[in-house]
Design a protein around this ligand. Structure first.
Ligand code: NAD
Length: 486
């Protein structure tokens, strides 16, 4: 761990708080067991949290844009300089994913999440005068965040939402609630010390479905933004409020006969192994044209992935899936024992011992295998042999399940790119790169961890969290008109 002045300051400040009877220390990589209530964004009661966020929003409304920038700068600074400490807390609490990537997610969000520069004004001028369109805040936003990226989702949401001039109340996933509270507390403390506004980001410290529902139905919440699986998306859309839904995916990859197979293998390993496949955009199943199937399997091994044979895959499958949901929503889902675990642990379940540094396992399966069908979120990737590129695209379309989230192709054939792009109709479509390239990590564009497919906002940005307002001046201020006209 890097010992920076920032880290020392933060640890000292926590110890002082502890001595004063505040929260318990988090310096050992365990998130604080949050006891404080009603300040620095920590609330047990959703109603009180919304009320505090409303007060913070009303204060921010009276402040210049410069204060929004200062608030965001603190979130960025803490996210980058305390990434090791906070990433370790997230890993220790959630026990899924990879520590190096938990740290990397916070650092990159600190650097790449878009800020106030996104709020550009549009103007129309002409004979009738001048109209400007500006981007105004909604007010208080209710956010629900997933266990797969507890603090990173809050960090990205907070930067975008505050850039848009809003305050936010977060109901985090219960299994990531401690690190959520710790991060939010630190963000608020720094913001309050600088611009004198506390509780711009509020978090429910004991989140439940009831507290989520209380946020959904509170009249002081102007907009909802949920990041998670199908159930929370449905709940948000039934809330009676406008909802931005960043929902589930099951991203397919197609590899055709023209692809650079070594490059494709490296990209698939980089994307599918990132945080042990927890990303909603991560490569989940690969459809390869038959004529290059065996060569692609060899390329994967050359690039460092470890192959499993069919009996090993069968053993892993037994440990990896279980029936979840109720009634008409009953389906197979990943087991807690395997979700987001290291490849070496999966290999053990498959009856193989691999180098603990192994990033990804892979193997051939039929198309109707649970590893293809289910959003499995673990570092084993199924490869399916296809007749030709049309067959591969057809299967990709079927197993993406209509989420229209993310799809990927490796090809040098522009026609195949075009065909797949049209058929899939996904929010993110990556060609010849790892999934993260679609979020500006190795590709162009900005970064957010909330990708709103179902409701259509795409990769969320400050603009997602603003209302358009038009201000019209009639007949004046069009200075290009005829100087003779009074
Ligand atoms: P999850 O759906 O189990 O939980 C997400 C959040 O919703 C949690 O805070 C949970 O407590 C809450 N929740 C669940 N059901 C709810 C209900 N009925 N009412 C109110 N709140 C409810 O998902 P998870 O395991 O935490 O995260 C993984 C899922 O999130 C995957 O499906 C993944 O694809 C998706 N995800 C999507 C994006 C995106 O940007 N589109 C980003 C990250 C994760």
């Amino acid at each position: 761990m890097q010992i920076s002045e920032e880290l020392i300051r933060s640890v000292v400040s926590q110890v002082i708080q502890e001595v004063r009877g505040g929260q318990r220390s988090s310096a050992n990589g365990q998130a604080a067991n949050v006891g404080a209530n009603g300040q620095h964004g920590l609330f047990t009661c959703a109603k009180q949290a919304v009320s505090a966020a409303r007060t913070a929003f009303e204060q921010l409304r009276t402040r210049p844009m410069e204060d929004r920038k200062k608030a965001i700068e603190h979130i960025r600074r803490i996210s980058i300089s305390q990434a090791v400490e906070l990433g370790t807390m997230e890993m220790n609490e959630t026990k899924i994913g990879r520590l190096d990537h938990k740290i990397n997610k916070l650092e990159t969000l600190g650097r790449r999440a878009p800020g106030t520069e996104f709020l550009t004004t549009q103007a129309y001028s002409g004979d009738k005068g001048l109209a400007v369109i500006e981007h105004a805040p909604f007010g208080v936003i209710g956010a629900i965040t997933p266990v797969t990226h507890s603090l990173p989702t809050i960090t990205g949401n907070a930067v975008s939402m505050i850039a848009g001039g809003n305050a936010v109340v977060v109901n985090p996933h219960p299994s990531g609630r401690l690190v959520a509270a710790e991060g939010v507390k630190r963000f608020n403390q720094a913001i309050a010390a600088d611009i004198g506004i506390d509780n711009l980001i509020c978090v429910i410290t004991e989140p439940t479905l009831e507290s989520a529902n209380s946020i959904f139905t509170n009249r002081d919440v102007n907009l909802i933004c949920v990041t998670g699986g199908p159930a929370v998306g449905r709940a948000a859309l039934n809330s009676g409020k406008r909802a931005i839904v960043a929902g589930p995916g099951n991203p397919p990859v197609v590899v055709d006969e023209t692809a650079d197979l070594d490059r494709a293998a490296q990209c698939i390993i980089a994307g599918a192994s990132y945080d042990n496949n927890l990303l909603c955009i991560a490569e989940k199943e690969v459809f390869v044209v038959g004529s290059v199937f065996d060569a692609m399997m060899s390329a994967m091994q050359r690039a460092g992935a470890v192959p499993l044979n069919s009996s090993q895959i069968a053993r892993l499958t037994d440990s990896a899936f279980q029936e979840v949901g109720e009634g008409s929503h009953k389906h197979l889902g990943p087991t807690k024992a395997m979700l987001g675990q290291d490849a070496a642990k999966l290999a053990q379940a498959a009856g193989v011992t691999v180098d603990p540094k192994t990033e990804l396992l892979y193997g051939e399966t039929p198309a109707d295998h649970p590893f293809v069908d289910v959003e499995q979120m673990m570092p084993f990737i199924p490869f399916v042999r296809c007749r030709d590129v049309d067959h591969a695209i057809e299967l990709a379309k079927h197993y993406e399940h209509g989420y229209r989230h993310t799809s990927i192709i490796h090809t040098r054939d522009v026609r195949n790119m075009t065909k797949m792009g049209r058929v899939m109709d996904t929010t993110l479509f990556v060609k010849n790169g790892p999934c993260m390239a679609a979020l500006g990590l190795g590709g162009e564009g900005y970064l957010s961890f909330s990708i709103a497919g179902p409701t259509g906002e795409g990769v969320t940005s400050p603009l997602t969290f603003t209302r358009e307002r038009r201000c019209s001046l009639i007949e004046d201020l069009w200075i290009l008109g005829d100087p003779g006209v009074k």
